[in-house]
Ligand binder design. Structure first.
Ligand code: SAM
Length: 253
């Protein structure tokens, strides 16, 4: 069923409030995000490998499998960055399937090009340059915190999915338990930025920003509500060690 188009009447839901230590006004957020990813693109995989102890692509591949991505599917990977999700998707869907990636940052896509044969396009998720109902799955890895408005974004995903198609969003979540929160904050806000500093000042800023957006992100319930309001059905979230969330949602037949 097509979701009601009430976007103009509602207040946009940003994933987190403005963070003035990085950009002065809310309207400067987009250019800050684009610049920081462009400027650090060549370091992204290195940082990611250090942060995840080399498990990044494997984790993404397993998450895609858990979400029911299988051989032969047509997958749109949004916010592909250096294509860690798109690589995993290509492995799974094989030659019978098809993967397409897009990202706002040309620098990140240039890095991604080294790892996939999928077509890659510079575009924003808020306005996908893709026809209605053409893909079996939309995947989004660790980028939800950077979109302008949750519902505008989810409606675009809904639009391009075929009936019965699925959306998988991988995202970090601020842990609820105090011990897990303190441990995550120490590792991700102190240790990882200090290691990233080895690749330059901007790489450190990227990783400080990374944690700050997690800490200030809307809770999972808000994300789930926005998915349902955008027309998705059977919306669910599963978690790994409180910190990693996998949101799975379906477009009705
Ligand atoms: C943390 S990286 C994630 C990359 C990859 N998906 C992964 O799993 O490693 C976030 C990416 O989202 C992109 N991005 C942020 N906001 C975007 C938007 N509104 N539309 C398209 N891409 C966006 C950034 O340029 C960046 O490459």
């Amino acid at each position: 069923m097509e979701p009601e188009r009430t976007a103009s009447k509602r207040t946009p839901v940003a994933p987190h409030p403005p963070l003035p230590q990085y950009y002065e006004k809310a309207e400067d957020r987009r250019s800050f995000v684009d610049r920081i990813f462009d400027d650090t693109a060549v370091h992204y995989d290195w940082i990611n490998n250090v942060m995840s102890l080399g498990s990044g692509v494997t984790y993404r591949r397993e998450a895609l499998r858990r979400a029911g991505v299988v051989t032969g599917m047509r997958v749109l990977d949004v916010c592909s960055g250096s294509c860690q999700v798109a690589r995993a998707a290509e492995d799974i869907v094989g030659r019978e399937g098809w993967v397409c990636g897009l990202d706002a940052s040309l620098g990140m896509l240039r890095e991604g090009r080294n790892f996939v044969s999928a077509p890659l396009t510079q575009a924003f998720v808020e306005r996908l340059p893709i026809a209605d109902e053409v893909v079996d799955a939309v995947t989004m890895g660790y980028a939800l915190r950077h979109v302008a408005d949750l519902e505008t974004t989810f409606r675009e995903y809904y639009r391009v999915l075929k009936p019965g198609g699925r959306l998988l969003i991988l995202e970090f979540t601020k842990p609820k338990s105090s011990v897990m929160f303190q441990a995550s904050r120490f590792y991700l806000r102190r240790v990882v930025p200090a290691l990233a500093r080895l690749r330059g000042r901007k790489a450190r800023t990227l990783m400080e920003y990374f944690w700050d957006t997690i800490e200030h992100c809307v809770p999972p319930e808000t994300i789930i509500d926005a998915l349902s309001a955008s027309g998705f059905e059977n919306v669910g979230r599963s978690g790994q060690i409180q910190l990693f969330s996998e949101y799975l949602a379906f477009k009705g037949e």
